[in-house]
Design a protein around this ligand. Structure first.
Ligand code: SF4
Length: 378
């Protein structure tokens, strides 16, 4: 399995909690699309990447600020320079309030076959509080237009732990989205990032976030609710109807190879050693390096086998099914339990681990306390 990620770092305006690399713009500048095409060409010519790709993902920012024509040009270049399998999952993130029926039809015609819609909450008062540009009615319109354009593999992002959010509000958002019968739901907890406007408002006492216990109750009740409604939890925050897990993200969690394009994008490929690349996160620098015919890299890290093994565990234990023992053995010639005897002992003592002949996985308690559990492997 291998994937390709493309970063589109523009949003109509910044949400109050956002610390992603994105800039307030009403559309994607042509200069960025040109730079992205140049980067695709440069990497394609370099040749050190997997022979074929199973997934493509446009993330952001707000990729749905791309016009239909811009999306078509990017995908045409991608398809002509890289071997993308016919069965590939080709996803894009899409924000309500940024798409028309025509644009959605153009994305579908260009090859996008999975949409991830950033709803976050069905309650307008909460959407306003966190600075989203849309309301619930606009989301419903976007979903209906997406279905009319032929999208039948749709994810909805929802958040809990929002300012003044109640457990009832969160569960009613989940219920509404389940009633809409989408294929996949990502249910994240708000992370209060320093230096964001929301962080400053919380610091100044201008807004109140639910306390830790209430957030944990939301998480717990949300998992139970989604499972009752036929969405199985396959990763800490991700739930899918059968057969609709996000293949692109599964490839990350299985520590597979991927390329990344655009500012601040990351890549991981096997060269002589497992190697990670990170692109620059400044637009000026990105344009400047590409104009000089150089890859816009900020960092290249070649991992030791021990570091590679640790990454495999860190990522794999996010999955409910855990780390596949046979795959781990094929990669490192060691069983995971033999590679980390002390960590495994601690997990067993706390009763946080499920060990079978096929996999090592965290149980629900272990997943809830994942940071602590992963600390044992350091
Ligand atoms: S839409 Fe997403 S990337 Fe853009 S500002 Fe909001 S949270 Fe950040």
């Amino acid at each position: 399995m291998a994937g390709i990620y493309l970063h589109i770092p523009f949003c109509v305006r910044k949400c109050a909690y956002c610390d992603f690399v994105s800039f307030a713009e009403g559309s994607v500048p042509e200069s960025y699309v040109e730079a992205l095409l140049t980067e695709l060409e440069l990497v394609a010519r370099g040749g050190e990447y997997p022979a074929a790709f199973d997934t493509v993902f446009f993330g952001g920012g707000t990729p749905s600020l791309l016009s239909g024509g811009q999306m078509r040009r990017i995908l045409e270049t991608l398809f002509s320079r890289f071997s993308i399998r016919d069965s590939a999952e080709i996803s894009m993130e899409c924000n309500p309030g940024t798409v028309t029926p025509e644009k959605l039809a153009a994305y579908r015609a260009a090859g996008i076959n999975r949409l991830s819609i950033g709803l976050q909450s069905t309650h307008d008062v909460l959407l306003k509080e966190i600075g989203r540009i849309h309301n619930f009615a606009q989301f419903l319109e976007t979903l209906s237009n997406a279905r009319a354009a032929g999208f039948d593999n749709i994810n909805i992002d929802l958040m809990h732990g929002l300012p003044n959010q109640t457990l009832e509000q969160y569960l009613s958002s989940l219920e509404t989205v389940c009633d809409l019968d989408v294929q996949h739901i990502s249910a994240y907890s708000l992370i209060l990032e320093e230096h964001t406007p929301l962080f400053l408002r919380v610091e100044n006492g201008g807004v109140l976030l639910p306390d830790e216990d209430l957030v944990a109750d939301m998480q717990d009740a949300g998992i139970d609710f989604l499972e009752q409604r036929g969405y199985h939890r396959y990763e800490i925050s991700n739930f899918a109807q059968d057969g609709f897990e996000c293949r692109h993200n599964l490839n990350y969690w299985n520590n597979g190879e991927y390329l990344g394009f655009g500012i601040a994008a990351h890549a991981a490929v096997r060269q002589k050693r497992w190697t990670r690349f990170a692109n620059v996160d400044s637009l000026d620098e990105y344009y400047r390096l590409l104009a000089r015919g150089k890859r816009p890299l900020a960092e290249t890290i070649r991992l030791t086998p021990r570091d590679e093994m640790f990454e495999c565990v860190m990522l794999g234990l996010r999955l409910v099914r855990g780390v596949d023992r046979a795959r781990f053995f094929a990669r490192f010639q060691l069983d995971i339990a033999e590679a980390y005897p002390l960590a495994m002992e601690k997990l067993r003592k706390r009763d946080w681990v499920i060990e079978t002949a096929d996999a090592i996985a965290l149980n629900r308690k272990g997943l809830d306390l994942q940071n602590e559990a992963l600390g044992f492997f350091m």
